[in-house]
Ligand binder design. Sequence first.
Ligand SMILES: Nc1nc2c(c(=O)[nH]1)N[C@H]1C(S)=C(S)[C@@H](COP(=O)(O)OP(=O)(O)OC[C@H]3O[C@@H](n4cnc5c(N)ncnc54)[C@H](O)[C@@H]3O)O[C@H]1N2
Ligand code: MOO
Length: 333
Amino acid sequence: MVEKPKLREVPVREAIGMMLPHDMTQILPGEFKGRLFKKGHVITEADIEPLLSIGKEHIYVLEMPEGFIHEEEAGIRIAKAVSGQGLTLTPPYEGKVSIKASRTGLAKINEEAVHALNALEGIAFSTVYGDQVVHPGHTLAATRIIPLIIEEERIVELEKLAKQFDGPIVEVKLFQEKQVGLVTTGGEVFSGRIEDKFGPVIRNKVEALGSTLVGQRFAPDDKEAIEQQIRSFLDEGVDLVLVTGGMSVDPDDRTPGAIAGVGAEVVRYGTPMLPGSMLMVAYKGDIPILGLPGAVMHEPFTSFDVFLPRILAGERIVASDMTRLGYGGLRKC
Ligand SMILES: Nc1nc2c(c(=O)[nH]1)N[C@H]1C(S)=C(S)[C@@H](COP(=O)(O)OP(=O)(O)OC[C@H]3O[C@@H](n4cnc5c(N)ncnc54)[C@H](O)[C@@H]3O)O[C@H]1N2
Ligand code: MOO
């Protein structure tokens, strides 16, 4: 049997010399929200007025019962139980421990595990969406317990549960340095009638994630010509081939046929995200070949920006990754 926590209530004016059991927060709308007093602070005469001004007529003095731990220790233990590589933990603040990226990479968060941990009573474990690019200092998750103290047994239960999942629940996966080949289709670009606008966009996106664009080759709207350029990159051993333009419904849109024509296995043509719905993801063996629709050239965030970081982090895209983009995928149309 675990005892109930013993919290003794003391009128603030009689609390001089006593120690605060938790951080105390002040909220002045539009001006300030933060810690007025830190846990462990010993109350002095000068603190009485500030405490009364945040509505504390009484404070708790905590007598920690056997088998219980304080919110700060609990927060640290939860954060440690969920964290993998590429993360740092902040010291507890108002009982909350934040988990931040210590390096650039792909945020990986096990959604199922997040729900399972939060189903435990008294636990609040909050995360951002996974599979996004993060940089040092980016907060990925934060955790605190809901009561001030908690039976240690419950944290032990959480620690056991966290171990049951495959790998860490939160981590930052490093990007690999990949060699990327770019095939740009379109008779209007090939002939020089218009200037290519795809190349610089793709170069920036690839280089921002630490990979190299090894070359850009041009092809008219001709299936064999596009296939030949894709093959030339595959023969040279690149890690990823990107093919721009020619992805929609006109007779001159030859890219999907050319990607299939080099013998690649098509994961899916089309994804329910806007912009970028006409994206194709295919694999020739282990080498991904992506068909990129026009929107990738002019929209800052499309379906391509969902999958490029994952591919550069070494992940293989499957059909359900593409079909699941519909929920929340309507960003611009
Ligand atoms: N009836 C339908 N119309 C459209 C559909 C559809 O499903 N049904 N899809 C729309 C979507 S979504 C997109 S995206 C666009 C175009 O997709 P494409 O990948 O086929 O793009 P293109 O036709 O090749 O070119 C469109 C536009 O962009 C210019 N372009 C292409 N490449 C370059 C380049 N390297 N540099 C500069 N400019 C480039 C091209 O000249 C065209 O003006 O289709 C929608 N329509
Ligand atoms: O496929 Mo388009 O790229 O959605 O605009």
